[in-house]
Design a protein. Structure first.
Length: 111
Protein backbone atom coordinates (compact mmCIF):
# COMPACT_ATOMS: atom_id res chain seq x y z
CA UNK A 1 0.00 0.00 0.00
CA UNK A 2 1.28 3.42 -0.93
CA UNK A 3 1.91 6.25 1.48
CA UNK A 4 0.82 8.72 -1.20
CA UNK A 5 -2.78 9.96 -1.13
CA UNK A 6 -5.17 8.80 -3.82
CA UNK A 7 -7.07 11.22 -6.03
CA UNK A 8 -10.16 10.48 -8.08
CA UNK A 9 -12.53 12.27 -10.43
CA UNK A 10 -14.30 13.82 -7.43
CA UNK A 11 -11.10 15.26 -5.90
CA UNK A 12 -9.11 15.95 -9.11
CA UNK A 13 -10.02 19.64 -9.46
CA UNK A 14 -9.24 20.51 -5.86
CA UNK A 15 -6.18 18.30 -5.31
CA UNK A 16 -4.43 18.66 -8.68
CA UNK A 17 -5.73 21.45 -10.90
CA UNK A 18 -6.32 24.03 -8.14
CA UNK A 19 -3.20 23.24 -6.13
CA UNK A 20 -0.88 26.16 -5.42
CA UNK A 21 2.05 23.73 -5.56
CA UNK A 22 3.26 21.63 -8.49
CA UNK A 23 1.60 18.19 -8.33
CA UNK A 24 3.15 14.93 -9.54
CA UNK A 25 0.41 12.43 -10.34
CA UNK A 26 1.31 8.74 -10.45
CA UNK A 27 -1.16 7.07 -12.85
CA UNK A 28 -1.22 3.37 -11.93
CA UNK A 29 -3.37 0.22 -11.69
CA UNK A 30 -3.38 -2.62 -9.13
CA UNK A 31 -2.51 -5.29 -11.73
CA UNK A 32 0.50 -3.37 -13.10
CA UNK A 33 3.83 -4.90 -12.01
CA UNK A 34 6.00 -1.92 -13.02
CA UNK A 35 3.56 0.36 -11.15
CA UNK A 36 4.19 -1.62 -7.96
CA UNK A 37 7.95 -1.37 -8.54
CA UNK A 38 7.78 2.39 -9.15
CA UNK A 39 5.63 3.22 -6.13
CA UNK A 40 8.42 3.11 -3.48
CA UNK A 41 10.68 5.11 -5.82
CA UNK A 42 8.05 7.84 -6.13
CA UNK A 43 7.54 7.81 -2.35
CA UNK A 44 11.28 8.31 -1.84
CA UNK A 45 11.31 11.24 -4.29
CA UNK A 46 8.21 12.66 -2.56
CA UNK A 47 9.99 12.56 0.80
CA UNK A 48 13.00 14.35 -0.69
CA UNK A 49 10.80 17.09 -2.19
CA UNK A 50 8.45 17.51 0.77
CA UNK A 51 7.05 21.03 0.90
CA UNK A 52 8.14 21.86 -2.66
CA UNK A 53 5.64 19.68 -4.54
CA UNK A 54 2.61 17.54 -3.90
CA UNK A 55 2.56 13.83 -4.81
CA UNK A 56 -0.63 11.83 -5.42
CA UNK A 57 -1.72 8.57 -7.07
CA UNK A 58 -4.58 7.98 -9.50
CA UNK A 59 -5.93 4.47 -10.12
CA UNK A 60 -6.57 4.33 -13.88
CA UNK A 61 -8.95 1.37 -13.52
CA UNK A 62 -11.21 3.42 -11.25
CA UNK A 63 -10.77 6.70 -13.17
CA UNK A 64 -10.48 5.85 -16.87
CA UNK A 65 -11.95 9.19 -17.94
CA UNK A 66 -9.11 11.14 -16.29
CA UNK A 67 -6.49 8.81 -17.76
CA UNK A 68 -8.05 9.36 -21.19
CA UNK A 69 -8.26 13.13 -20.80
CA UNK A 70 -4.52 13.21 -20.08
CA UNK A 71 -3.59 10.81 -22.88
CA UNK A 72 -2.26 8.13 -20.55
CA UNK A 73 -1.79 5.16 -22.89
CA UNK A 74 0.81 3.30 -20.82
CA UNK A 75 1.34 2.93 -17.09
CA UNK A 76 3.03 3.69 -14.85
CA UNK A 77 2.81 7.27 -16.02
CA UNK A 78 3.98 10.23 -13.97
CA UNK A 79 2.58 13.61 -15.02
CA UNK A 80 3.67 16.87 -13.42
CA UNK A 81 1.01 19.58 -13.20
CA UNK A 82 1.81 23.25 -12.54
CA UNK A 83 -0.93 25.83 -12.40
CA UNK A 84 -3.47 23.23 -13.47
CA UNK A 85 -1.58 22.31 -16.66
CA UNK A 86 0.43 19.19 -17.48
CA UNK A 87 4.02 20.36 -18.00
CA UNK A 88 6.01 17.10 -18.13
CA UNK A 89 5.59 13.33 -18.07
CA UNK A 90 7.50 10.09 -17.66
CA UNK A 91 6.10 6.77 -18.87
CA UNK A 92 7.33 3.43 -17.57
CA UNK A 93 9.59 2.37 -14.74
CA UNK A 94 12.51 4.77 -14.25
CA UNK A 95 15.15 5.24 -11.56
CA UNK A 96 14.82 7.84 -8.83
CA UNK A 97 17.34 10.18 -10.50
CA UNK A 98 15.17 10.45 -13.63
CA UNK A 99 12.15 11.58 -11.61
CA UNK A 100 14.27 13.96 -9.52
CA UNK A 101 15.81 15.47 -12.67
CA UNK A 102 12.38 16.07 -14.19
CA UNK A 103 11.19 17.75 -10.99
CA UNK A 104 14.37 19.85 -10.76
CA UNK A 105 13.65 21.31 -14.22
CA UNK A 106 10.28 22.59 -13.05
CA UNK A 107 10.77 23.25 -9.34
CA UNK A 108 13.87 25.43 -9.63
CA UNK A 109 11.78 28.35 -10.88
CA UNK A 110 9.15 27.74 -8.19
CA UNK A 111 11.59 27.63 -5.28
Amino acid sequence: MSALPDVSASTWQQEVLSSDQPVLVDFWAPWCGPCKMLSPVVEKVAAAHSGRAKFVKLNTDENPQLAGEHHVSGIPCLILFKGGKAVDRIVGFVPERTISAMLAKHLSSAA
